[in-house]
Design a protein around this ligand. Sequence first.
Ligand SMILES: Nc1ncnc2c1ncn2[C@@H]1O[C@H](COP(=O)(O)OP(=O)(O)OP(=O)(O)O)[C@@H](O)[C@H]1O
Ligand SMILES: [Mg+2]
Length: 270
Amino acid sequence: MKTIAVCNLKGGVGKTTTTVNLGAALARNGKRVLLVDCDPQGSLSHWMRCEPRMGDPTLYEILRGQSTAKLAARESPWPGISVIPSSAKLSEIDRGALAGERVLWARMSPEYDYALLDCSASPGVVLNNALTASTGIIAPVQAKGMALRGIARLLELIDEVRERGTPHLQLLGVLVCLFDRRTRISRMVLGQLRAEYGDMVFDTLVHENVRLSEAADKRQPIIQFDPVSRGAAEYAALAFELLTREHRAVGVRSSAPGARPIAQSPFGRG
Ligand SMILES: Nc1ncnc2c1ncn2[C@@H]1O[C@H](COP(=O)(O)OP(=O)(O)OP(=O)(O)O)[C@@H](O)[C@H]1O
Ligand SMILES: [Mg+2]
């Protein structure tokens, strides 16, 4: 199973939109997908129609050691996608430091091809659990002024988590979301991101597309809500790019084993 945290310490950049729609696109490719809502706001649980009923275990119970991913995962209405829901009390974990940072890792279930973890923008115990349970991170960014600083902060956090005992964690890619080619700032920041991070920036761009926010309102992945929309095509392209890069990375690893510096793409090109 590949466990990927969808993470940026900045809010409103497209983390939940990416987790839901990349997950749905991977499921369309025949992958068994688990989505984990690691945000007390519960946007992903709501979007995927998997809000917990009274007494249902959630991520909170997993982190308190009272449940496991296997017990808490529920099937979504869409084939191949299960969800571990969040709940408002998840914020108590951070407030009271009520868990260690490797509880989720120890309680994950291996029966999926992909687990995608929708992180909140707030540092803390819950985010640390998401990162220590993951082998890779996808970082959605908005092509705006602070995007580069945000990625630099995230790389620092990844380094800290690696040093504390999760050495395999790496940035899989930076995903530019809510892109608007008509604005000069979008084009400029995209150029800066590509200059600084090279092929760690996904080739796929997710443009601003109102159908994506409408899909959230209607509580359906974009691929179901409007399969011919630009948003659906771009998240399908992202899934394809991820699968292709992983396929290439297997070749890269087998020919050149060993540690790879964090600022270098784990995939390489060509
Ligand atoms: N490509 C897009 N085109 C249009 N709207 C989008 C796009 N991506 C996200 N949105 C909208 O932007 C808002 C923020 O997106 P989202 O909730 O995915 O971000 P987030 O990073 O998860 O935010 P938070 O930090 O609050 O969890 C939402 O209203 C969402 O519908
Ligand atoms: Mg979110």
